[in-house]
Design a protein around this ligand. Structure first.
Ligand code: DGT
Ligand code: CA
Ligand code: CA
Length: 575
């Protein structure tokens, strides 16, 4: 996870430079590079080996050298020197979400804050109110930030966990002594955040497998080293549990260690009622103890009178009742998807020309993609003026002539202004194939006002999709206050799709809200919010959320063919 280390370092540099009042463009450059590093799906060390670090958007000679230094030495002199200029407790305050360099400095200077815990105590004692402009609301924000930080340190993002798991799975799979390998736990269920990684393998030589596991390069600390179970921690403090099981217990172990705990409790009592007992070794007759299943998950569920249940559903949220009635959903799969819906080019804050994005989307097997650069009010993200948008439209028409069986749909991600109006006029929106509406400002509006604002956008006949409806950033920004039930109902009534944004830190809508939307009849849409080519691959994260929300192919806009999609759009327009 060197890329995360490098990204963290760049973000810290940006914070420190901001504290010193450095050049804003320089600060932005570090933040941009950090963001792109976080979302990198290519192997960083591979890029270094092939000398192509500078293909990462926003990374030039200087930053490439810094990345190289971090990867090869684990340190960065430039950052260490910056750090020396700034007290450690002050820099720790800036790691709290929502606290920028300015606030950190004011609080630090006034109270000589010693630690994050010290700050929490000060806030709780009402001490910060003595500072001008520090009202109760600001105090609440700081407390929430501290909570977010604590929670974020305990759990990692699904996207990060998947990448990390890959680095353990690959060498294990490569061992001749290893037969089957699977992840288990919350990672296999695709929860949005992951506590620790659970991996399961079968092997006739467990000792060899374990020896290899505890000596993998990512291992910083060995916590347990046994024949059937070993646990390690990475340098970032992530725990990884490996279990080696007998081949004829693999299915039972997989069910057991995939969980969830709530699901396991339910199937155990179900087994008991059938005169059976179930554990990580298999399913056994209560009387006499004969083993009746264990090798495959399918066999385990079959002995309980159930079909195999997809891991994403194993939360005891109705999946056992549905399975018993033969009414499990046919969950949407990658092969059902025909396009991606939220893509930024270098016309706004994306890093690639439209044509490159289209070629990459086509190469993924898609039939179309929706180009959606930012609208004029979002100046920090290079939002397009009206005339730029019209010019882009002509460019897209030209490009489309170069493609066969693929179409670039012309759209825009249009700001919903604080008063609920759209950032472009209706007559301009009418010229677009599809329109995405999104909240990018005034995040702190009270629930009623925010709900009214969003609903006004949903009722605009040209708005096709509401992007990242809650605007949350996991571990960093709280969701906006929104009456989700009302939003889902209006989306359903007006024929507006709600987005499941696939960006690692967003996953917005989340699984619970997506399921609520589905149940209230609203269509959903998966989109990657791509700013850089490799982010097209994040679609799998949103797909996982959709599956956790019980979504079937018909529930997603992405499964429509081009003609059906355009017909769906015009239905709302002509209502
Ligand atoms: P996490 O790691 O917090 O994201 O969540 P999980 O679900 O991966 O939890 P973890 O790693 O503690 O355990 C993995 C699975 O093993 C869990 O989903 C169910 C199973 N498991 C663990 N401990 C118990 C237990 O005490 N009883 C039962 N029935 N199952 C357990
Ligand atoms: Ca786990
Ligand atoms: Ca575990």
């Amino acid at each position: 996870m060197k890329q995360i280390e490098a990204a963290d370092a760049f973000d810290q540099i940006a914070d420190f430079l901001e504290l010193k009042g450095d050049n804003p463009f320089r600060i932005r450059a570090y933040r941009r590079a950090a963001l792109n590093l976080r979302n990198l799906t290519e192997d960083l060390e591979g890029l270094i080996k092939s000398g192509s670090l500078e293909t990462i958007p926003g990374v030039g000679k200087d930053l490439a050298a810094k990345i190289q230094e971090i990867v090869s030495t684990g340190r960065l002199k430039f950052l260490e020197n910056l750090k020396k200029e700034i007290p450690e407790s002050l820099s720790s305050l800036m790691t709290i979400p929502g606290i920028g360099p300015k606030t950190a400095k004011r609080v630090y200077d006034r109270f000589k804050v010693k630690s994050i815990q010290h700050l929490e105590d000060l806030v709780k004692a009402g001490k910060l109110r003595s500072l001008p402009g520090f009202q109760e609301k600001k105090e609440q924000n700081i407390l929430r930030g501290i909570q977010l930080l604590k929670a974020g340190q305990e759990r990692m993002l699904l996207g990060v966990a998947m990448a990390l798991a890959g680095q353990f799975i690959k060498p294990l799979k490569g061992m001749p002594e290893v037969q089957r390998v699977s992840v288990a736990g919350s990672l296999r269920r695709c929860c949005e955040t992951i506590g620790d990684l659970d991996i399961l393998v079968t092997s006739k030589k467990p000792a060899k497998v374990m020896d290899r596991f505890v000596s993998l390069p990512l291992v910083a600390q060995v916590q347990a080293h046994g024949e059937t179970k070993s646990s390690i921690r990475t340098a970032q403090g992530v725990q990884v549990d490996l279990r080696v099981v007998e081949p004829d217990a693999f299915g039972a172990a997989l069910v057991y260690f995939t969980g969830s705990k709530a699901h396991n409790i339910r199937i155990r009592s179900l087994a008991n009622r059938l005169g059976l007992t179930i554990n990580e070794y298999g399913v056994f007759k209560l009387k006499g103890g004969r083993k009746v299943a264990g090798r495959e998950e399918e066999d385990v569920y079959k002995t309980l009178g159930l079909p195999w249940i997809p891991p994403e559903l194993r939360e005891d949220l109705g999946e056992l009742e549905a399975a018993a009635k033969g009414r499990l959903p046919r969950l949407v799969e990658m092969k059902d998807l025909k396009g991606d819906f939220h893509i930024h080019s270098d016309w706004s804050d994306g890093h690639h020309p439209i044509e490159d994005l289209a070629r990459a989307a086509k190469a993924k097997g898609y039939r179309y993609m929706l180009l959606s650069d930012h609208s004029k009010s979002l100046r920090v993200a290079g939002g397009l003026t009206e005339s730029e948008l019209l010019e882009q439209m002509r460019e897209v028409q030209k490009l489309n002539r170069r493609f066969q069986s693929f179409r670039i749909l012309m759209g825009a991600e249009v700001d919903i202004l604080p008063d609920g109006r759209m950032d472009y006029s209706d007559s301009l929106l009418a010229k677009l194939d599809l329109v995405i509406a999104a909240v990018h400002s005034a995040f702190k509006q009270p629930k009623e006002a925010m709900t009214r604002r969003v609903i006004q956008a949903l009722t605009n006949r040209y708005v096709t999709i509401l992007a990242h409806p809650t605007a949350r950033l996991i571990g960093e920004r709280e969701p906006i206050q929104l009456d989700m039930e009302e939003v889902c109902k209006v989306a359903s009534r007006t024929g507006t799709a709600l987005e499941i944004n696939c960006y690692t830190q967003r996953l917005d809508l989340n699984d619970a809200h997506a399921r609520q939307a589905k149940e209230l009849g609203a269509k959903l849409v998966l989109s990657t919010d791509t700013h850089s080519l490799d982010q097209l691959n994040a679609i799998g994260l949103g797909l996982a959320m959709a599956r956790r929300a019980w979504v079937e192919p018909k529930g997603l806009l992405n499964t429509l063919g081009l003609d059906d999609l355009l017909a769906w759009v015009s239905k709302k327009r002509n209502k």
